[in-house]
Ligand binder design. Structure first.
Ligand SMILES: [Zn+2]
Length: 421
């Protein structure tokens, strides 16, 4: 009996201690010094460093020192880069058990697991920070990842977006109250639908309503992302909003207003359109996706590419990276790079920087993420290939470190180091 009690006691002790021991070793792992060797390193700000080493302590980069030793991770032969930032995803948006589009508002256990899976797929694809725009379901996922309970990218969320519905959107005061409500719920930013699509490009909010939303957000210390087409693009810039999403049908003169005001443009429509076409059967007939709207998707592709090409030529216009990843696209976010470079004529380095230091600047986080430099979060990825020569290398992310923790390390070790150079 005594022996049985002792065994039981030991068992309880083990059960209690096991998680504690794990936490301790994890803490130790996070505090130890790690040296990463790179033969080609993109610093995230447009520079290429060669034959150097990155020293990480805890969650931060402490130095770039070619002589640092011993090497913990030998990433020579690969292209090392800061982890990417996707300014526009819908991280909880998934297909349901029937395989059809289920949107981003489902709260079943299955939907929660799928959202966690979306986060994992996004992280191992090289995206260490994403902005989800937005759903209340983002909040528990953001928190679980932030406390280390689930692997995933750092998440910023808009919680509930402000839907433009003309007068029904509310008075300016009601709109201001809506913005404060999102802030109280834990929003990192405010998402605003000011115009809906190429098919319905008219403004869905008056200038006064849009002005109230962006002004109140600014007062609350929050940024604003405005889903806009045509006239709403310029209106968002004039209203002092932070960033425009999509932006199709804007004229060059509108885009120059954005450049002058310092309004960021997330000129996206690449992956999201590709994804709708790829998974057409899973979207058609689900809420918000009538059959007739799909006939237009293919026609919108050249409109998007024309917008992107023109925007890329506007001097001083800050174009950031956003994929609009939703059901079917999580983990394929990097396809947006491929489309922008291959079809949109964007320079590879400009495309990459748009998801690094420029993307970080747009989030107001340039001092923490988006670059490989002393003091920054240790968000470091490596690609098998050279994206400056072949943009499809962004599909081959073989190493992912976020905040000093390695989540993926599948470097093909059998290959000789010189393979890519
Ligand atoms: Zn979106």
């Amino acid at each position: 009996m005594r022996a049985a009690k002792t065994i039981l006691f030991l068992f309880v002790l083990l059960c209690v201690c096991a998680p504690a021991r794990r936490t301790t070793s994890q803490t130790k792992a996070q505090n130890k010094r790690v040296v990463i060797a790179a033969s080609v390193l993109l610093d995230g700000r447009g520079r290429v460093l060669r034959d150097t080493r990155v020293v990480v302590e805890g969650s931060r980069i402490v130095s770039i020192d070619p002589k640092a030793a011993p090497v913990t991770y030998d990433l020579r032969g690969l292209t090392v880069s800061p982890g990417w930032i996707d300014a526009h995803v819908h991280i909880t948006w998934s297909f349901g058990p029937d395989g059809k589009n289920a949107g981003d508002g489902v709260t079943t256990p299955e939907a929660a697991y799928t959202a966690a899976s979306n986060a994992w797929l996004t992280l191992v694809a090289g995206f260490t920070t994403v902005q989800s725009v937005g759903s209340p379901g983002d909040l528990p996922l953001r928190e679980a990842i932030a406390r280390g309970a689930l692997p995933g990218p750092r998440i910023l969320t808009a919680v509930e977006p402000l839907m433009g519905r003309g007068e029904q959107s509310g008075t300016p005061d009601e709109i201001r109250a809506f913005v404060r409500k999102q802030k109280a719920a834990g929003a990192d930013l405010i998402k605003i639908f000011a115009a809906f699509s190429v098919r319905r490009p008219d403004m869905a909010l008056s200038r006064e309503q849009l002005g109230a939303a962006c002004d109140e957000a600014r007062r609350q210390g929050l940024r604003t992302l405005v889903h806009a087409y045509k006239d709403a693009v310029r209106a968002a810039a004039l209203a002092g909003c932070t960033q425009v999403e999509h932006g199709m049908l804007a004229t060059d003169e509108d885009l120059k207003v954005l450049a002058g005001k310092g309004t960021y443009l997330d000129a996206q429509g690449g992956l999201v359109l590709e994804n709708y076409l790829r998974h057409k059967d899973r979207f058609v007939g689900t809420p918000g996706f009538p059959e007739e709207s799909f006939a237009l998707v293919e026609k919108v592709v050249p409109v998007y590419l024309d917008s992107l090409r023109r925007a890329s030529k506007i001097e001083g216009l800050k174009i950031v990276f956003g994929s609009d990843a939703l059901a079917g696209a999580h983990g394929r976010n990097a396809e947006e790079f491929v489309i922008r470079v291959r079809d949109g004529g964007v320079e590879p380095m400009a495309a990459l920087v748009s998801a690094n230091s420029l993307g970080a600047e747009a989030l107001g986080m340039a001092d923490r993420i988006g670059s490989i430099a002393p003091g920054m979060e240790a968000d470091i990825i490596a690609l098998d290939g050279d994206p400056l020569k072949d943009i499809t290398a962004v599909r081959r992310v073989v190493f992912v470190m976020k905040g000093g923790v390695v989540y993926k390390n599948t470097r093909p070790s059998a290959r000789p180091l010189r393979r890519n150079r």
